[in-house]
Design a protein around this ligand. Structure first.
Ligand code: NAG
Ligand code: NAG
Ligand code: NAG
Length: 430
């Protein structure tokens, strides 16, 4: 009986081959070791209620032909007939799918021909197999994000010859970032996302300046120490919401010709804002809010060849003193609130607000003395907040754009403003 079935299968197979002579590779089958690894991976995971990802994973069939998330390729390097798993995507990533739960099998690193590994959002816990990088030498893309995966970042992921993108964001990873990941010893690595793990700690290595990264997202962790000089290749850098401290001068002492997005908010950086930050030729978003930055602002824009095109400049909730620089009029959204700024808002800044090129100006909770409102109506789209300064507001609109956190007092009590210098250095409120 069994032999009848298999000869029938063979006949079907032969028919298939003869009718599709050009698709010979379909006749190759998945290597037994990859099939065994997929079996273990499947055993350690299951669909959350509402997810149907594994409905196609029937091991009686051909994984390469039917399994969702599995792509196979001929194994060129080994020169064998069998197929290997080259791409593994666990979960659909669709917003309406709750994803998978369970753990990542220790057999995952047996898929040694894997180039792309994607694990979509779900409730997968446990750790990342520590030997993942030792055995999966061909990895180009690793994205294991939005799951409660804990433990360390495997050191073995550093130094992989082809790894371009590593996204381990929004998990519960802890411990230090393996230093070699941030060094030129990972020359192919361009995108490194370790955001929102909470527990990644330690200091950033000085050697990071020679890495070749384009996109580095470390926000929402527990990193400490100073900010070292950044890689000159960077386009996107976020270290927001960590415990970094110290002055910023060193980090921006060398050119960053391509940096477009910089977020250092919610740390404990102190001292002046380096003028070099305002002179970065491609910078669009400059987010420095909620630090301990002090001193007057020295804004020297990049120059005539590269006029600033800041979409957003957020310097709020610091200890900045002195006057508002006129060059900040180039920002699309400008947040200066909760500092110790004094003097008149420059007419260039006011003009940007009134012509609508600056759509948000938050300057509340400073010691500013006037806002030169032209006799134009304020555009409806503009959010302007000037409350709790040392001026009588130019119009009701100047407080109408305030967030609730600005409070209800239109101006400071006059004793705080009778001598602004005294009020500023007196530090009566933060
Ligand atoms: C995975 O590889 C290890 C080491 O080669 C081996 O001991 C283990 O049996 C493999 N697992 C499977 C499911 O084949
Ligand atoms: C902020 O900086 C001042 C000195 O400029 C220092 O005395 C203070 O402790 C710092 N605060 C924080 C929260 O780091
Ligand atoms: C205002 O502050 C300055 C600087 O602290 C001080 O020299 C001056 O005496 C103050 N003036 C008054 C009227 O308090």
């Amino acid at each position: 009986m069994a032999s009848t079935t298999s000869s029938l299968l063979l006949l079907l197979l032969l028919l298939l081959i003869s009718s599709h002579p050009s698709e010979q590779q379909q006749t190759s089958s998945l290597s037994p070791s990859d099939k065994a690894a997929l079996f273990d991976i499947r055993s350690d995971l299951r669909d959350l209620p509402g997810s149907t990802f594994f409905s196609t994973w029937d091991f009686a069939g051909d994984p390469c032909a039917t399994f969702a998330g599995v792509i196979c390729s001929p194994d060129d390097e080994q020169g064998t007939q069998s197929l290997r798993v080259s791409v593994l995507t666990l979960g659909t990533g669709l917003a309406d799918s709750p994803g998978l739960t369970g753990t990542l099998s220790p057999s995952l690193p047996n898929l040694t021909a894997l180039t792309d590994l994607v694990v979509y959002a779900g409730r997968i816990s446990g750790t990342i197999p520590p030997d993942i990088g030792t055995r999966l030498r061909r990895l180009r893309l690793v994205s294991i994000s939005n799951n409660p995966i804990f433990g360390p970042i495997p050191v073995s992921l550093a130094g992989l010859p082809d790894l371009h993108t590593l996204d381990l964001g929004h998990n519960k990873l802890q411990g230090p970032i393996p230093t070699p990941l941030l060094l030129p010893s990972s020359p192919s690595l361009k995108v490194l996302i370790l955001a929102a793990n909470g527990g990644l700690s330690g200091e950033l290595p000085p050697g990071i300046s020679t890495a070749q990264l384009l996109h580095l997202d470390l926000r929402g962790n527990s990193l400490t120490g100073a900010l070292p000089r950044l890689p000159s290749t960077l386009r996107y850098f976020s270290a927001s919401d960590n415990a970094l401290s110290g002055p910023l001068d060193d980090a921006f002492a060398a050119p960053l010709p391509d940096l477009a997005f910089l977020d250092l908010s919610m740390n404990a950086f102190a001292g002046p804002i380096p003028p070099a930050l305002f002179a970065l030729p491609r910078l669009s978003s400059l987010l420095l809010q909620r630090n301990n930055l002090s001193g007057p602002l020295a804004v020297t824009p990049p120059g005539a060849e590269a006029p600033p095109s800041w979409a957003v400049v957020d310097l709020s909730h610091n200890m900045l003193t002195g006057e508002v620089p006129a060059a900040l009029a180039a920002a699309g959204s400008l947040f200066l609130d909760n500092n110790r700024l004094t003097g008149d808002v420059p007419k260039e800044v006011a003009r940007s607000v009134y012509v609508g090129s600056m759509t948000t100006l938050y300057a509340q909770h400073n010691y500013l003395t006037s806002f030169p409102a032209p006799s134009l109506p304020l555009p409806d789209s503009v959010a302007l907040c000037l409350s709790y300064n040392c001026m009588s507001l130019p119009s009701a609109a100047a407080a109408a754009g305030c967030p609730a956190s600005a409070g209800t007092q239109p101006s400071r009590p006059s004793y705080q403003c009778s001598n602004t210098t005294t009020a500023v250095t007196g530090g009566r409120d933060g």
